[in-house]
Design a protein around this ligand. Structure first.
Ligand code: GLN
Length: 189
């Protein structure tokens, strides 16, 4: 099984390193053909406005939407792009998850911070959550499962073959969430 990392912009190499640690075959995705043989794709953190434009330009946007058998894990900007609605910016997204997000929602003073997160479903007591100009998930439908919360807001959510975190697990040495994503792909696809 191969998992791709979208490499148009953002923190790509960190995801590649952590997937290697999980022991899964990894592919750098720069054009739409790169998606063909993949079961899973990671959309990294970065700038969601830039990412969406490049995805549209390369045809990766259309290719993703034509595939019902491609699991996706979006971190931070990646989570924004998975959302059905971006509440405070007029901006396109993939709309694959029934979540509504507010971009850059923690405000200036807390643009970047770290907090320990508990993820009961994964039996994780403490996961170092690195938040960088992170969004807040303001609304979810009942199709969405909340795996972790911080200050009462969801920060790690799953809907079927899609997983989204508002923090950056790839910026820690902790591969447990990536391992969960890979297990999820094996189980569901
Ligand atoms: N602030 C960025 C955005 O709204 C996301 C930041 C990140 O991915 N670390 O696109």
């Amino acid at each position: 099984m191969k998992v791709g990392v979208l490499a148009l912009q953002g923190d790509v190499s960190e995801h590649v390193d952590i997937l290697r640690k999980v022991g899964v075959d990894c592919k750098i995705v720069k054009k739409r053909e790169d998606l063909r043989e993949l079961k899973g794709l990671i959309i990294p953190g970065g700038e969601s406005t830039t990412l969406i434009k490049l995805m549209e330009k390369t045809g990766i946007y259309d290719e993703i939407l034509s595939r019902e058998d491609l699991g996706i894990f979006g971190t931070c900007a990646g989570a924004i792009l998975l959302a059905k609605e971006i509440l405070n910016y007029d901006q396109n997204s993939l709309g694959l998850m029934e979540i509504k997000v507010e971009r850059n929602a923690y405000g200036r003073q807390r643009e970047s911070f770290e907090a320990y997160i508990k993820i009961p479903k994964l039996n994780i007591e403490k996961f170092r959550g690195v938040f960088i100009r992170a969004p807040i998930i303001r609304d979810i439908s009942d199709k969405v499962e909340v795996l972790a919360e911080y200050e009462g807001n969801p920060v790690l959510v799953q809907q079927d073959i899609y997983l989204a975190s508002t923090f950056h697990p790839e910026l820690t040495n902790d591969e447990r969430i990536h391992r969960y994503f890979v297990e999820m792909l094996k189980e569901k696809l």
